[in-house]
Write a protein that binds this ligand. Structure first.
Ligand code: 2U9
Length: 335
């Protein structure tokens, strides 16, 4: 026999030391202890030894066989238990999985942008109920029952006296009832009108504003609204104030901006006028101040209102109102 049992033992144990995977240990076990393995072969070859050497060689070979078998089993058990413990652990070296990010609806984004411009101009935010009494939605705003101007708004009635607010103006009435001038607020929120076609939805978003103090003039209205337009659109956007009528303001004006699509040359968006209407405004009607107990000899004020959908359409070039309400991710995730 060329290789002694001690050499076989040394070799097997040193190979076992470097084995890392259960498959490597199983392969070593087969190589040394299998049916055609090194030790099995050694035991077979003992018959070729002189008869006086056979008992000792057989005894030692069986001892080594047993020792290796125990060692293989122990190491295999150790490696397998380490592998199963590692299964529950986090591998910090793996690349992270991307977490899908949420995003804001374009109407939320534009409402927030409008609010932040007015906050910088010194306005506070006032929010309140979407279900209102007839008094706050109409009466207090100089729209008594049977007033022809009530026809201007198609109203969702909850009951005889309760409506879904058709504008956020009831909020300004509520604030004025609660505090004396000066008042400088904006009222953002959803409003409802019984109207549904390609250019109207039964629910839409508004931001309205109110400023009341001593010596407030139409010049202040123009200054604040011009500053707003220059921040929400381009800083050199031209605007014009066009006489209009609202029951709650006198005088009243609508605000147009130079068409941002054609720069005033005339296009499909501005119906070839070169102008786009974006705001309604005016000096608060004295009858409204009387309803909340403000002294009309001491205080004047202005108010304005805008539809957020329209501002967002112009800012982002959105061409269809329905896109805001369809909840199509391909549209919503662009903002
Ligand atoms: C009080 C007094 C006056 C708010 C105003 C407008 C003019 C206006 C429209 C714009 C587009 C509504 O969303 S829209 O359809 N709004 O034109 N709103 S003045 O006037 C007020 C508000 C509250 C106490």
């Amino acid at each position: 026999m060329e290789t002694s049992i001690e050499q076989i033992r040394e070799q097997a144990l040193s190979q076992l030391k470097t084995a890392l995977h259960p498959d490597e240990i199983k392969a070593l076990s087969v190589r040394y202890l299998g049916r055609k393995g090194v030790i099995t072969q050694f035991l077979r070859d003992i018959s070729k030894l002189p008869s006086e050497e056979r008992p000792e060689a057989g005894k030692r070979a069986n001892e080594v066989k047993k020792e290796l078998d125990t060692s293989f089993k122990e190491i295999l058990k150790k490696i397998e238990s380490q592998a199963s413990a590692a299964k529950g652990r986090i591998d910090v070296s793996l690349p992270g999985r991307a977490v899908p990010r949420g995003f804001l609806h374009p109407l939320t984004l534009v409402t927030r942008e409008i609010c932040s411009i007015f906050i910088k101009l010194g306005f506070d935010i006032a929010e309140g109920p979407e279900v209102e009494t007839d008094y706050y939605n109409f009466e207090a705003l100089n729209l008594p029952k049977n007033h022809p101007a009530r026809d201007m708004q198609d109203t969702f009635y909850v009951s005889d006296n309760i409506v879904l607010r058709t504008q956020t103006s009831p909020m300004q009435i509520r604030v004025m009832e609660q505090q004396a001038p000066p008042v400088r607020i904006i009222a953002p929120g959803k409003v409802y009108r019984c109207d549904s076609d390609i250019t109207h939805t039964p629910m839409f978003s508004q931001v309205e504003g109110l400023l009341v103090d001593k010596d407030i003039s139409f010049g202040d209205l123009k200054g604040i609204l011009t500053a707003f337009v220059h921040q929400i659109f381009d800083k050199d956007t031209s605007l014009r104030f066009r006489p209009s009528f609202f029951p709650f303001t006198e005088p009243s004006a609508e605000v147009d901006i130079c068409c941002i699509m054609c720069k005033g040359r005339g296009c499909r968006i501005c119906s070839n006028t070169g102008w786009l209407e974006i705001l309604g405004s005016g000096m608060v009607h004295p009858a409204v101040f009387e309803n909340v107990g403000y002294d009309t000899n001491r205080y004047t004020g202005f108010a304005f209102g805008m539809g957020v959908e329209r501002i967002a359409m112009l800012k982002y070039g959105i061409d269809d109102l329905r896109k805001y309400f369809e909840n199509d991710f391909r549209f919503l995730r662009q903002f």
